[in-house]
Design a protein around this ligand. Structure first.
Ligand SMILES: Cc1ncc(COP(=O)(O)O)c(C=O)c1O
Length: 409
């Protein structure tokens, strides 16, 4: 299909496209068909499709105030910052607003550099932190290689990966000596749902403190209930220095990202210039979508629902792995799961088509991204999904997987 705009992360000829028309709850409408969304689009539609309250809140804000400038002071901006800080661990005192997850990491990089005076950063090979130059340099998967050499000073570690015991972060911090910040997804998301073992984050936090590095947690994918807690960091009981958010901050209904900053870092900028900025800083439409999304998460108990449905998701993954030889193992937390597959690249391509044919959507990851053969399915439904919809979704996944495993020699 030829279009006068680019499709992302793929060659343009033969690009995979989705004729998205709308939707309701856990269902999206694609080319006139109802498709069960087990991906929350690109992990942002945590409140589901067609959420009337959030749409109306954006409309009302557009009528009230639709333009802004970075120094504008309007009530919703302060209210959102306060609401976000109230969800962060104690000691977080400021929010920097931006337009999405990549930009949140980009600005966190700059804040960490200015605060520590150090340019080196550490992140994992199995990670995705965004597409802008700094964020893609932090990223460990194939996307970084496409635009190498990236920004200077990024050190990657093999951590939480197949066959690696414990964490190498303390040792690498010691060897490098002057790392300014460690960027980690609390639970690795798009690179295969890797869940740190008990004690992991205590060790990392201690090592950061010992070597004077800030700990930055990228909650862009895991934040806002995805793992059954508001922030995934709550599973591990640690306090980072910066938290980056995007995606489900607005439940997908607005364009907004943010960096939440601990007081010990925020104080640096009381007298020193914060050299970060953008024209549409805290744009009212994004802010209105986020404020209403936060109310919806609370009033519809969506974070609690993710925790309550977690055992059902685990059970469904378990069944899939027991029944289908192509499904080898799984990891699951809250409403986020990865199922490791034993399929070649051709069968994975066929699986993408077969999911649509079975009116279900989930994220199919190839070996290029995961740096392991066989691929994986990442499941992350809207948090408003019901147990019976989740079961129906897995019936469809199973049928598509069975067909994919037998369709390619
Ligand atoms: C963990 C993580 N960080 C950052 C990003 C980048 O967010 P965005 O695409 O909204 O810029 C993503 C997007 O998938 C992500 O999963």
């Amino acid at each position: 299909m030829t279009r006068p705009y680019f499709f992302t992360w793929q060659a343009q000829s033969g690009a995979e496209t989705v004729a998205l028309e709308g939707g309701e709850g856990a269902w999206m409408q694609v080319a006139g068909r109802r498709v069960l969304d087990l991906g929350a689009l690109v992990y942002q539609a945590n409140a589901g499709h067609g959420h009337r309250r959030i749409v109306d809140a954006v409309k009302a804000q557009a009528d009230r105030l639709c333009l802004t400038m970075p120094s504008a002071d309007y009530p919703a901006k302060g209210a959102l910052a306060e609401a976000l800080l109230a969800k962060a661990p104690p000691g977080f005192s400021k929010v920097f607003f931006c337009l999405g997850g990549s930009e949140a990491n980009e600005n966190a990089l700059k804040i960490a550099r200015m605060h520590t005076g150090r340019y080196k950063t550490l992140s994992r090979y199995r990670s995705y932190h965004g597409a802008t130059m700094g964020a893609v340099s932090l990223t460990g998967d194939w996307r970084r290689g496409e635009v190498a050499p990236g920004i200077p000073g990024v050190v990657h570690v093999l951590d939480l990966d197949d066959g690696v015991e414990g964490t190498q972060i303390p040792r690498v911090l010691e060897l490098e000596g002057d790392v300014g910040a460690v960027f980690l997804e609390p639970v690795v998301g798009a690179n295969g749902v890797l869940i740190p073992p008990p004690g992991y984050f205590e060790q990392v936090r201690r090592a950061c403190d010992r070597h004077g590095a800030l700990l930055v947690l990228d909650e862009v994918l895991t934040g806002f209930g995805r793992t059954g807690r508001f922030f995934a960091l709550e599973h591990f009981g640690i306090t980072p220095d910066l938290i980056t958010v995007g995606k489900a901050l607005t439940a997908g209904y607005g364009v907004l990202g943010a960096v939440l900053v601990h007081e010990r870092v925020a104080r640096t900028f009381d007298e020193r210039v914060l050299a970060c900025g953008l024209t549409n800083y805290a744009h009212p439409l994004g802010v209105a979508a986020a404020l209403e999304a936060l109310r919806v998460y609370e009033e519809e108990r969506l974070v609690e629902r993710a925790a309550e449905l977690a055992p059902t998701l685990t059970e469904l993954c378990e069944e899939l792995v027991a029944e289908l030889p192509a499904a080898q193992s799984y990891r699951s937390i809250g409403l986020l799961a990865a199922i490791d597959l034993d399929l070649g690249e051709a069968a994975l391509g066929r699986l993408r088509e077969l999911l649509w044919a079975h009116d279900v959507f989930a994220h199919v990851k190839g070996s290029r991204q995961l740096r392991r053969g066989g691929g994986a399915l990442v499941v992350s439904p809207p948090l408003c999904i019901t147990a019976s919809e989740l079961r129906e979704g897995f019936r469809r996944l199973k049928a598509a997987l069975r067909d994919a495993a037998t369709s390619v020699p």
